[in-house]
Design a binder for this molecule. Structure first.
Ligand code: SF4
Length: 210
């Protein structure tokens, strides 16, 4: 079976397993999504949602959040970890958006990646989920699932992203990345993947060699 044929089969099955997969970070606009994604580094989506519930009702635009200031943001986001760096990046990014981008989040990779705290993964999350622009964010779940299913053997998230983008059609990247994340959280767990319950087991390299 060619890599493309395997990929097609995996895409079909994972699509049937998680037909309603979508982003788990609560947000109601592109700016909220950007902030939530910055906060989600090394933190669960559930915890980020608890934290942003305290911030977004009052500070849901760049100028409003910038006015809060770094020191006042820290206690609000402390539960998310790396709070000093995250607070600094969020306030700086908010200031830049308020002054340079007319209080909006830009929709190009170049502009997004120029913002403090916005790396490739965060940029991809925003492009895909705020603007519907095809992108394949690779987080720890996507990275692990891609390796176990033999969709990539690359060593860096950037290379795994490239491999996945080469295997799948751009119009399916966003849905697939949500499906791989949910799969990684629910069945294809880090320690003990629940392979007996997984419809992908006949195609899975990890299961076959485990
Ligand atoms: S068979 Fe196991 S290792 Fe393979 S994708 Fe399913 S849960 Fe993950």
């Amino acid at each position: 079976m060619t890599a493309e044929t395997r990929a097609k089969k995996i895409e079909k099955i994972i699509g049937e397993m998680y037909p309603d997969a979508s982003i788990q970070l609560d947000h109601s606009n592109a700016f909220e999504l950007l902030v939530a994604t910055i906060l989600s580094a090394q933190c669960t989506d559930k915890r980020v949602n608890e934290v942003t519930k305290r911030i977004f009702p009052k500070y849901n635009t760049p100028d409003k959040l910038a006015s809060l200031g770094e020191a006042n943001l820290i206690p609000l986001i402390k539960d998310c970890g790396l709070y000093k760096t995250k607070s600094r990046n969020i306030i700086k990014t908010s200031e830049i958006l308020a002054t340079k981008y007319n209080n909006e989040v830009p929709s190009t990779r170049e502009d997004l990646e120029s913002l403090p705290g916005v790396g490739r993964k965060t940029c991809n999350v925003v492009l895909a989920n705020a603007f519907g622009i095809p992108a394949f964010p690779v987080d720890t779940h996507v990275f692990r699932v891609a390796h176990r299913l033999g969709l990539s053997d690359s060593k860096t998230p950037e290379k795994v992203e490239e491999d996945l983008c080469n295997l799948f059609e751009p119009e399916n990247w966003i849905k697939l990345h949500h499906q791989m994340i949910i799969h990684g959280r629910t069945l294809c767990k880090v320690q003990k993947p629940l392979c007996d319950k997984c419809d992908l087991k006949d195609l899975c390299l990890y299961k076959q060699t485990d």
